[in-house]
Design a protein around this ligand. Structure first.
Ligand SMILES: Cc1cc2nc3c(=O)[nH]c(=O)nc-3n(C[C@H](O)[C@H](O)[C@H](O)COP(=O)(O)OP(=O)(O)OC[C@H]3O[C@@H](n4cnc5c(N)ncnc54)[C@H](O)[C@@H]3O)c2cc1C
Length: 397
């Protein structure tokens, strides 16, 4: 059997937002990099994301502004620069679903939340919208709550994946196996590509950005650390007879978003509402039909003047993959750990992909790995970009 040799400065495993952003950034620095993806690009968590580029208000809602969570407050500006062609990577082809989102409270909660929104912290992050400035559904006379504008954009995740991948597709290999490391080496491994060719890859460093797949790759290296935690979600989507596209969080008495709704389009261009927030966190032990029943009740409670009797419902089960935290808590920033030429990475949020890539790039620059003159790469098979889940018709059955 022929084994094709390939020498790189850096190999990245995983073609979600984290791996793709890093690939673009490292290639700009002149590194010879390849990214290895064993499925389709974006097929993991990235295509299931709501596409919200958080600026940290969620942490403010939880009453937890810490030094690390402040890191996220810079993210909307970083993404906007890239979308405007002035950033570290080129996102000019990314589709903006909404320039900003809103938060709404039901009448019962408005008075309880008034003090919170009047706080200095929230005044700098949100503006209350008068009736004419609100999304149409909140202009209804029956709506008695308040609406606030949140300066955080919502992006189409499929367009993020294609904008990052297309200029670098020559460096993205579609693999068909896990890496098999040469004994006592963390820098040389064999891997099969999707055409059945075997490559022997020699690399200065490997970055594991394979989301939930990081655990299996660490296993091939015999590494027990860092440990991973999975936090499942049961998201709900609905389509048909929806009034308009909305991008909004409904606030709870304890100021946790009760439900977060983003809007997308199915394969026929019909509006889809995609529901996350507490509903998705608490729904993980429910069956699909139980979760749909709860979602119906939630919408009847928070948007009571709308009729959802003619919509079609579906559920999506998906895990968030993150570093292990004490008591399985939510990490509040991106994560990297370096050991023996291996960096394991989880962005923990789509929004934090630029921070993750910057942290890794700085680590690589500070290490002994110097960019070799990045030459033309040999031909190998490339993966396709994954379709958005609400555009897969079988999920609606
Ligand atoms: C329902 C949901 C909604 C979310 N909404 C938001 C949001 O609105 N805003 C936000 O900021 N964050 C959000 N997130 C979080 C965000 O989606 C993730 O933090 C982010 O997408 C993780 O990106 P990633 O590249 O690390 O992982 P992934 O997107 O999971 O990508 C990992 C890739 O690695 C590949 N892979 C796996 N194993 C291997 C292997 N052995 N070899 C090669 N490749 C491999 C996979 O096929 C996949 O393509 C959401 C998450 C979920 C689940």
């Amino acid at each position: 059997m022929i084994t094709h040799p390939l020498k790189c400065d850096v190999v990245i495993f995983g073609g979600g937002v984290a791996g793709l952003w890093l690939l673009a950034e490292l290639r700009q620095q002149g590194y010879q990099v390849i990214l290895i993806e064993n499925d389709q690009l974006g097929a993991g968590q990235t295509r299931f994301a709501q596409g919200i580029i958080h600026g940290g208000t969620k942490y403010a809602l939880l009453g937890k502004i810490t030094a690390s969570s402040e890191a996220i407050s810079a993210m909307p500006a970083v993404w906007r620069d890239c979308i405007n062609g002035k950033g570290v990577v080129d996102l000019t082809k990314v589709k903006i679903l909404a320039d900003n989102q809103c938060m709404w409270s039901t009448a019962a909660l408005s008075s309880k939340l008034a003090g919170f929104f009047a706080s200095k912290l929230m005044r700098s992050r949100t503006d209350e919208l008068v009736n004419s400035q609100r999304p149409e559904i909140f202009q209804n006379k029956k709506f008695k709550g308040k609406v606030y504008k949140l300066d955080e954009p919502v992006l189409d995740t499929a367009s993020i994946v294609s904008a990052l991948a297309e200029p670098h597709i020559d460096a993205i290999m579609h693999s068909a196996s896990l890496p098999q490391w040469q004994s006592d080496s963390n820098t040389v491994f064999n891997i099969d590509d999707a055409n059945g060719q075997t490559w022997q890859i020699q690399t200065g460093l490997s970055v594991l950005a394979a989301g939930q797949g990081n655990a299996a790759i660490l296993d091939t290296l015999g590494m027990q650390q860092p440990q991973m935690q999975l936090r499942p979600l049961k998201m709900v989507m609905l389509r048909g007879a929806l009034p308009e596209k909305i991008y909004a969080h409904c606030l709870e008495a304890n100021v946790n978003p009760r439900v977060t709704i983003t809007s997308h389009e199915d394969a026929q261009g019909e509006i889809v509402w995609y529901m996350g927030g507490q509903l998705a966190e608490e729904g993980i032990n429910r069956s699909d039909s139980e979760q749909v029943d709860v979602a119906k009740k939630e919408l009847a409670a928070v948007l009571p003047w709308l009729d959802f009797s003619k919509v079609q419902w579906a559920c999506l089960d998906i895990n968030r993959a993150e570093p292990q935290m004490e008591k399985g808590k939510r990490p509040d920033t991106s994560f990297i750990a370096e050991q023996q030429n291996i960096i394991t990475a989880w962005p923990t949020k789509l929004a934090l992909a630029p921070k993750l890539a910057k942290d890794i790039t700085e680590k690589i620059i500070a290490s002994n790995i110097k960019p070799t003159a990045a030459g033309k790469l040999p031909a190998f098979p490339h993966p396709d970009c994954a379709v958005l889940p609400w555009q897969e018709e079988q999920r609606w059955k």
